[in-house]
Ligand binder design. Structure first.
Ligand code: ADP
Ligand code: MG
Length: 319
């Protein structure tokens, strides 16, 4: 039996071409949940983390449209909202799937905070685009009135808000969840943690934490979570069967079983795009460097085989 952390990408929760209704999300999670339940049925201890891009994007838009009537919450609060919303969705569908698979567990979503350093250089160089596109005039106004940083995306014809993406350092609730798992709860609960990378907080005076306007990459956060709970396996689930070299070119080749040095070499050669496959590979390498035993990057249809060492881009031996 191994402790497995599964990091679900946006697609496992909400497909890009769907309208983004609750019914759509439920339908998609209903496809994902049995695959997760099967991991538990094989005797593994499962912990789940997930992205929140589309959901937090919708919440931002909602806050913007409703601003005349309801004060728009800061981004870290929207992060918390998205953790609640997606945690609820996973709890509903995964507990049903676990019951069907005859391995009932209590699915426990945790509103998670992730500590980042106040002096992280990312705060001086915001890079992560969030929310919708604006015209040049709107961008100028928002820069003035809201103090946002906006950057032009010439290819897609508009301006977008960019926020810092600092490095996750510590998941504040992690030690408690670790203790729960090491006790008996690993056999009766599935924890859902650090959704969207967790709510970014910085440590202030007197040991207080403050939420900050930033987003945390959920894959980087997954590496932190895996280390804190001592997961043997990290499975990064996305919408492609693995990482490829020459991605999207005629020389494209999916990577199967590789070693960490090879993955590092390809990363250095720029094979994995920033903001998509790049952070997954970086997170995977961090996980392995911190003592993780088995890394697999794959999609939902290949996940079961990926965990058995027979699909996906993988490093190490499945425990
Ligand atoms: P998620 O939202 O599932 O966490 P992303 O959409 O950020 O994941 O990243 C997955 C995407 O990365 C794929 O859909 C693919 O288009 C892109 N990608 C970029 N470079 C590569 C690569 N070298 N190999 C595979 N996929 C890549
Ligand atoms: Mg995506």
């Amino acid at each position: 039996m191994a402790r497995v952390l599964v990091a679900l990408g946006g697609n496992a929760i909400q497909r890009a071409h769907d309208a983004g209704t609750w019914a759509d999300a439920t339908r998609q999670m209903r496809r994902t949940a049995p695959v997760l339940a099967a991991i538990v049925a094989r005797g593994h201890e499962l912990v789940v983390t997930h992205g929140n891009g589309p959901q937090v994007g919708d919440l931002l838009r909602e806050a913007e449209l409703g601003a005349r009537e309801v004060p728009p919450p800061p981004m870290h609060v929207l992060d918390a909202e998205s953790e609640g919303q997606i945690g609820y969705l996973i709890a509903q569908e995964l507990s049903a799937a676990l019951r069907t698979a005859r391995v009932p567990r209590v699915v426990v979503p945790i509103v998670s905070r992730t500590e980042v350093a106040r002096r992280d250089p990312a705060f001086r160089h915001p890079t992560k685009p969030v929310g919708r596109f604006y015209s040049a005039a709107e961008a100028a106004r928002l820069r003035r009135t809201a103090g946002w940083t906006l950057r032009e995306d010439a290819a897609r014809g508009g301006w977008r808000r960019v926020v810092p993406s600092p490095r996750p350092r510590r998941w504040l609730e992690g030690d408690a969840v670790r203790a729960a798992l090491d006790g008996r709860l690993g056999r009766s609960c599935v924890f859902v943690v650090t959704g969207g990378g967790g709510i970014p907080v910085v440590r202030g005076g007197g040991g207080r934490y403050e939420g900050v306007e930033a987003v945390i990459d959920k894959d980087r956060a997954a590496a932190v979570v895996a280390a804190q709970i001592g997961a043997a396996t990290l499975a990064i689930v996305t919408d492609v069967p693995g990482a490829a070299v020459g991605y999207g070119t005629p020389r494209q080749r999916w990577l199967g079983r590789v070693d960490a040095a090879e993955l590092r070499r390809y990363r250095r050669a720029g094979e994995f795009a920033e903001g998509s496959m790049g952070p997954k590979v970086t997170a995977g390498l961090e996980f392995l460097a911190a003592g993780g035993r088995y890394l697999v990057i794959t999609d939902i249809p290949s996940l079961a085989r990926g965990l058995a060492g027979r699909a996906g881009t993988r490093v190490g031996e499945p425990p």
